[in-house]
Design a protein around this ligand. Structure first.
Ligand code: E4P
Length: 230
């Protein structure tokens, strides 16, 4: 499963992109509304940092408006994916944009039926919101599992993107269920780093090594003998 970062913050993208694990990013109007500066500049900056698909969302409710906004968003950067909210109008816009080779991430997908329609309209991604399903006591794992199972037999190229990820367990569930992508907030990425045994193990290795000060000297010398990197 590939990782996108779910954010409107360039600083967060810089931080997590430096780990070398990001394949893309997703923004949405709520995330961008929290940031200072021009939204177009932010989206372009994120595109340059992740070197992969970056979703930017349309705001219109009607298909014609979505198509116009979608074209304009796609023109911001070659990596932009147009995010279109699910609706009948959204399906029309998705078909029109994908016919123009503009890639679409159909968002706010909460059922296998919606995912099947999005795939037929030509969406490159369907975003299924796990946290928002759990918020209303619907088992997000069951829904995501049904979406993956419904799309696969049709041989569709539409990828299932697990969104609204609230904790590391959502990430593991999405991977286990066969989602191609999970879009993860920076906070959850940081939580994914942690394990008490990793921290304790690092401390133990360091403490044992320090019982032999000459070994520290040996490693410093070994490093200093390396040719300078360009
Ligand atoms: C997906 O692309 C959305 O930006 C996002 O995952 C929504 O998450 P939320 O439900 O935590 O707002």
């Amino acid at each position: 499963m590939r990782f996108f970062i779910d954010t409107g913050s360039v600083a967060e993208v810089e931080e997590i992109a430096a780990w070398g694990i990001l394949a893309g990013a997703t923004t949405n109007p709520s995330l961008l509304a929290k940031e200072e500066g021009d939204p177009g500049d932010i989206v372009r900056r994120i595109c340059d940092l992740v070197h992969g698909p970056v979703s930017a969302e349309v705001l219109s409710d009607d298909a014609d408006g979505m198509i116009e906004e979608g074209r304009a968003l796609a023109a911001l950067h070659e990596h932009v994916i147009v995010k279109v909210p699910f609706s009948a109008q959204g399906l029309r816009a998705t078909r029109a944009l994908s016919d123009e080779d503009i890639r679409v991430n159909m968002t706010l997908v909460f059922s296998p039926n919606q995912a099947l329609l999005a795939a037929q309209a030509g969406a490159s991604y369907v975003s299924c919101f796990m946290g928002r399903l759990d918020d209303i006591s619907i088992d997000s794992a069951a829904v995501v599992g049904e979406i993956v199972a419904a799309l696969r037999p049709g041989g569709t190229t539409t990828e299932v993107l697990a969104a609204s990820i609230r904790h590391p367990e959502h990430v593991v569930t999405a991977a286990r269920l066969g989602c191609e992508v999970a879009t993860v907030p920076a906070k959850v990425f940081r939580q994914m780093l942690d394990h008490p045994l990793t921290e304790a193990g690092r401390e133990r290795f360091k403490a044992d090594w320090q019982t032999r000060p000459e070994f520290g000297e040996w490693l410093r010398e070994l490093v200093s003998r390396q040719p300078a990197s360009t």
